[in-house]
Design a protein around this ligand. Structure first.
Ligand SMILES: Cc1ncc(COP(=O)(O)O)c(C=O)c1O
Length: 399
């Protein structure tokens, strides 16, 4: 008996192998500093939890509409629209079990087999996996270092577009890089989409995970709302990664297609969890805002500690909870040019666990610098200082 051929095209999040290696090292009695987790160790706001309890007590435990309960669709249409200066009708909001399903449903809705979709690399690995799984051609575009962080290689994006290109996936406020587009860069991506009549998946998982400034959605640029699907998630803003609640906010024909996919895939997102979402959006924001205060302290602790490590350098992002330092020189000091070896040696010498560039897509030709990703969302500021201090000492011991 053989399994379906298409499974050979299905990728995964190899970052989970880092969790496994850290857990195995921890099980031997070693202290672990978990910088690999793109998860939060903070509690979901108590008013959100209470709203879910009430919903269960009220019997919201049966099926509900495939596209979500009307109250949540309305709340999201209002909130997502207001924060982006746009007007959405609740019918354009399709509730999902998390942000991730928006990726697969967007691709199923807009891409035929054999067609091309552009996606960021390094980037969230599920884009590449789902494009290829559904028989498309995944075309990676890269980021290049700038004085303030990273920017999209716009010339490369332009050169990748062909008559077969259907869509571009764009993750402003980027995982793993922490990059944010300048206005000019966002406008250039929008222009490419309009000139070539492309759909856009705007992955806005980190739109509200920011410490200063304001986020701008590519959907709010002229001519873009009608071609853009927004990936919205409760996972990060409300520390609800395990609850599985998100939404696609889409042009009506795509929203209708995604609703039909919902009916086929899961019937509906967990009914009572959606009431928690309504409270998250409409209710008291005190605890959700307090989380950002904790995260910015962690960011500052991590940026300072990385800056003190020999052979590492990193910019300070205003948003997300990721840092993506260039570690090429640190690797040379330790005596390896293999990222996997570097990560394993660091784990065993210091307990500091992190993902590398390799966990975020196939490396592209011409990449000469090496990067790792430190996520500071699941580790306290004290542990950040302690863990990265050990990393500094370890690398220093080779000098
Ligand atoms: C860029 C990006 N998009 C989408 C997701 C998926 O989010 P969710 O957990 O809500 O499915 C993540 C999660 O880490 C992410 O980093």
């Amino acid at each position: 008996m053989t399994l379906a051929e298409r499974l050979q095209r299905l990728g995964t999040e190899t970052a989970f192998t880092v969790s496994l290696a850290a857990a195995e090292w921890g099980a031997k009695g070693n202290r672990i500093y978990p910088f690999h987790l793109g998860d939060l160790d903070l509690a979901t706001p108590s008013n959100v939890v209470a709203a879910m309890d009430r919903a269960i007590a009220d019997g919201k435990t049966g099926y509900c509409p495939a596209a979500g309960i009307p109250q949540l669709r309305e709340a999201l249409a209002d909130d997502v629209g207001a924060r982006r200066g746009l007007t959405y009708s609740p019918s354009q909001v399709v509730v999902q079990p998390g942000g991730k399903p928006v990726i697969t449903k967007f691709i199923q809705a807009v891409m035929n087999p054999g067609e091309e979709v552009l996606y960021p690399n390094p980037g969230y690995p599920i884009y590449e996996s789902q494009i290829e799984y559904f028989g498309g051609v995944a075309k990676a575009y890269r980021y290049i270092p700038t004085p303030t962080g990273f920017g999209i290689d716009l010339d490369q994006v332009r050169s990748l577009v062909t008559p077969q290109t259907r869509a571009i996936i764009y993750n402003d406020l980027q995982n793993p890089i922490g990059a944010e587009s300048t206005d000019a860069e966002r406008e250039a991506i929008a222009r490419i989409a309009i000139e070539n009549d492309l759909f856009v998946l705007s992955d806005e998982a980190y739109f509200e995970m920011r410490y200063s400034g304001t986020s701008t959605s590519i959907a709010s640029l002229p001519g873009m709302q009608e071609r853009t699907v927004i990936l919205y998630t409760f996972s990060k803003k409300f520390a609800m990664t395990g609850w599985r609640l998100g939404a696609a906010i889409a042009p009506q024909p795509i929203a209708d297609a995604i609703t039909k996919l919902n009916t086929n895939d899961e019937s509906c997102t967990t009914h009572f969890v959606q009431y928690a979402g309504v409270e998250g959006i409409r209710g008291d924001q005190t605890e959700a805002k307090a989380m950002l205060d904790v995260l910015v302290q962690r960011r500052d602790a991590a940026v300072e500690a990385i800056g003190a490590i020999n052979g590492m350098s990193v910019a300070t992002p205003d948003a997300t909870f990721y840092l993506f330092p260039d570690v090429t020189d640190a690797m040379a000091i330790v005596g390896t040019d293999d990222l996997a070896v570097f990560a394993e040696k660091a784990l065993h010498a210091t307990g500091v666990s992190f993902c590398t560039r390799r966990h975020f897509g196939r490396p592209q030709p011409g990449e000469t610098r090496q990067y790792v990703r430190f996520a500071y969302s699941g580790i306290s500021a004290d542990d950040i200082r302690e863990g990265l201090g050990l990393l500094q000492q370890w690398i220093g011991s080779f000098a």
